[in-house]
Structures are given as C-alpha cells and as structure tokens.
Ligand binder design. Structure first.
Ligand SMILES: [Zn+2]
Length: 254
C-alpha cells in the first residue's frame, strides 16, 4: 500500500480500521491523541504513518500501541512508530514474553512455503515474504502488560480480554464506550488462505493451540460488543454472539 493511498473504514466516531498487507490495524482517537491497535507487517510501517496522516494526526500523536499478539503481521510497524513517538507498547500479560522473544510461537517457514501449492497460496506466500522483508527476527523490548479488567490508560480506554489459543497470550481489546471488539486473530472474517468471507477461525496451521482457540471462541459469545474489528478480513456490525455462532458452524476452510 503506497503512502497517501490508505483506505480507512470508520466503524465508530473515534475508530477507523485500516488494511495493510492482508492484515488490519485500527486507529482510535481522542482529541489529537491516538491509540493504535496492532501495527501491520514491518513493511506496512509507512502505511501506518500514512493512515494517521489521513486522519489529520502524526506518528508523534500516538500514545500507545496495543498489540493483540506478537506475530510479525501485527507488531511489524511498532519499532517505526515508537521511534517517531516514544509511545508505550502494551499487550496481554502472558504475551509480553512472546513480544520480547523469550519464546516463539509462530508458524514455521516450511509450513508457510508449503501453502504455495495453490495459486491463492502462492500469491499469499509472495506477499508475506515481501511484507516481512529482512525483519523475520524482529523482537520488541520494554513491552508492558495490560491491566487486568481495567482500562488501559490511553485513548479509547480499551480493556484487555484474554483470548489464548492463536498464541498463548493472545489478547483482544474491548472498547466499552462504542461496543467495539478488536479481536486480533481470535476471530477473523477473511484471509487469503480462507475460501469464504465471514466470521471464522484462521486456518489451523496458524494456531499455537487449536483446542484453546475453540474454547476462547465460545467464551467470546459473552463479550458485550456489536462491532467486530478482526485482525484479518472486514469489520462487521452484528452482536458478537451471532458472529461467534457463525464461526463455530463454519468448518469448510479446514
Ligand atoms: Zn495475524
């Protein structure tokens, strides 16, 4: 995505969703100040800055980046944004060590390359390798743990929701004032490796623990949200319980 051509989708007065290389991030504003939820692949970093500029903000207005999890398609833009803003980086308490790469829960390069046996998979592999660039071993430092059951002190007042499975510390974020759930990869609505759009789980190859992915999905039924902003696929406005039920019924991408 070239600078200046970012597409933003407004899902609430103060929430915009942006799609980079097959992945979303969100810009939550409060006055001039910004919270980012996720930050794209490493080579999406310029597009992250462009999305802020499209909303009349600068990278230096970013107060915090909230990470749903420490995969490269979600944390890749963090070092650039942090260098321009000095912002905090916050994720779930159990995901901090992953962001610091004290452990690694990531699909292997071999399993990524194996997806190239279909045309859609080959396209996705090429896009992924380009978007990661030379940053495969990126690690973050100084990442903070989100508070338990109280809001993160940053624009949007988002509350962390434990959603383990995709990674063991995967964390969604709920914005109570607007009923938006940022679900990361716990519940998505599309992905280049999925045959259909709509609420669903990511293909199993990406899951650290598939049983926990399912348990987490069921638990999400009880989260009071009616706008879903997923890590992959389009945002959707519907009661979260209905979207979860749709995802549980759908098995055709496996
Ligand atoms: Zn992802």
């Amino acid at each position: 995505m070239a600078r200046g051509t970012v597409q933003l989708t407004r899902v609430a007065d103060d929430v915009h969703v942006v799609t980079g290389t097959n992945v979303n991030w969100a810009v939550v504003t409060e006055g001039r100040e910004v919270t980012l939820v996720d930050a794209g692949y490493p080579l999406d970093a310029d597009a992250v800055v462009a999305s802020l500029e499209a909303l009349g903000r600068r990278a230096s207005d970013v107060v915090a980046v909230l990470l749903t999890h420490a995969h490269l398609d979600h944390m890749g833009g963090v070092p650039h944004v942090r260098s321009l803003s000095g912002c905090r980086v916050v994720t779930g308490a159990d995901e901090v060590a992953h962001a610091h790469r004290e452990r690694l829960e990531q699909v292997s390069a071999g399993r990524v390359l194996a997806q190239a046996r279909t045309p859609a998979g080959a396209r996705w592999v090429g896009q992924t390798l380009r978007a990661v660039g030379p940053h495969l071993r990126m690690r973050l430092s100084g990442v903070e743990a989100a508070p338990h059951e109280s809001p993160v002190d940053a624009p949007g007042r988002l509350v962390a929701v434990d959603t383990p499975g995709h990674t063991s510390g995967h964390t969604a974020f709920l914005m109570p004032s607007s009923g938006v759930l940022f679900s990361g990869d716990a519940l998505v609505t599309g992905h280049p490796l999925c045959r259909h759009d709509g609420p669903q789980r990511l293909p199993g190859l990406f899951a650290h623990d598939e049983d926990r992915v399912l348990r987490t999905l069921r638990d999400l039924r009880d989260v009071p949200a009616d706008v879903l902003v997923p890590g992959h696929g389009r945002p959707v406005r519907a009661p979260l319980a209905d979207l979860v039920d749709g995802a549980l019924e759908r098995t055709d991408h496996r």
